[in-house]
Ligand binder design. Structure first.
Ligand code: GLY
Length: 332
């Protein structure tokens, strides 16, 4: 299945049999640079080398978030220049969110912008990180603090890569999938009886609506952060994986909204039924303990924090100063 998401052509396939056909639409040179991590390199180097009609040069990073650094950007750029990369060449990111973010960022700055392709290998990268052009690296203890909005020309999703994804990472990916299922409840039924390819395709269609309307994240797109404000706090504090932290964050938001009398407990019950179906455990935290922390969030502009809330009409931004939010909570 193919669709366009803004400037990116997205293929959703079971395997890579159409990858040459997809790459051929970009008029590439014979040599292709592939940026990946060492785990994926070991697993898929031979498969890619045999399947692709190109001379591949792999640039391999250590696996994990530590590679999302300016040092990696410089190392990759040096290797590309040593390999004689030209302004009209294309680079390929083959991996999860870290590889997708760093490849996009290198592509955005080299020659002031070259083409790139993302082949996501994690569920999280398939439904979120590869889409919508948010690229970047971590710096000065801040995640994604240096970056650019820069879209890949092509995103090639092959669900077969999920077969080698560690179970914990697959479960983490479902955190983002569940988020979409609350933003668009029609996805909830598919989570009980649809195929993984259908679920991924629905997530992409939901994200497409937001990024085509608000690519630069000025308002509407922020609603994609459902569960993320509390989630980021517990992700860092307790070292949770991103998706599990997003689920814990959604639980906290639903409880806060329940306490404010804005929704009933059906949202939390629905989330718990999804967790049970997918055998995922996400810790429960009392949101009261994290209220101070969320007001230190980078999205807190001029003391006003916009939390993503939900009701029967959908998601919306609920904006308050710290004093306003505390007053609303204590008046209940
Ligand atoms: N991950 C949320 C966004 O792309 O806006």
């Amino acid at each position: 299945m193919d669709l366009m998401v803004r400037g990116s052509k997205v293929y959703i396939e079971n395997d890579i049999s159409r990858l040459n056909e997809a790459l051929a639409t970009l008029k590439l040179r014979k040599k292709l640079f592939i940026i990946t991590d060492e785990n994926l390199y070991c697993l898929y180097k031979d498969m890619l080398s045999n399947a692709l009609n190109y001379d591949l040069e792999f640039i391999v990073l250590p696996a994990g978030e530590k590679s999302k650094s300016i040092d990696s950007v410089l190392m990759i750029t040096k290797r590309l220049l040593e390999g004689n990369i030209k302004r009209n060449d294309t680079i390929v990111g083959f991996g999860g969110g870290v590889i997708s973010d760093i490849t996009g960022f290198v592509a955005s700055i080299l020659y002031r912008g070259i083409n790139h392709v993302i082949i996501p290998t994690s569920l999280l990268a398939m439904v979120d990180a590869s889409l919508g052009g948010k690229t970047g690296v971590d710096f000065y203890n801040r995640k994604n603090i240096i970056g650019a909005f820069y879209e890949p020309k092509l995103i090639f999703i092959a669900t077969e890569f999920l077969n080698t994804l560690p179970e914990a990472e697959l479960k983490s990916g479902f955190g983002e999938v569940f988020k979409y299922a609350f933003i668009k409840p029609s996805l909830q039924a598919k989570l009980f009886n649809g195929s993984l390819a259908e679920i991924i395709s629905d997530c992409i269609s939901i994200k497409k609506e937001f990024i085509e309307e608000d690519f630069y994240d000025q308002g509407l797109r922020m609603q994609l952060n459902l569960g993320h404000t509390f989630g980021h706090i517990v992700e860092i504090k307790y070292g949770l994986s991103h998706g599990i932290a997003v689920i814990s964050g959604m639980k906290m938001i639903f409880k806060l909204e329940e306490n404010l009398g804005l929704i009933d407990d059906s949202y939390l019950k629905k989330l718990n039924s999804l967790l049970e179906k997918y055998k995922i455990i996400a810790p429960d935290y009392d949101y009261h303990a994290y209220l101070d922390d969320i007001f230190n969030d980078k999205k807190n502009l001029k003391g006003v924090l916009s939390l993503v809330f939900i009701d029967a009409k959908g998601t919306y931004l609920f904006s308050n100063t710290k004093e306003e939010l505390y007053a609303k909570i204590s008046s209940r």
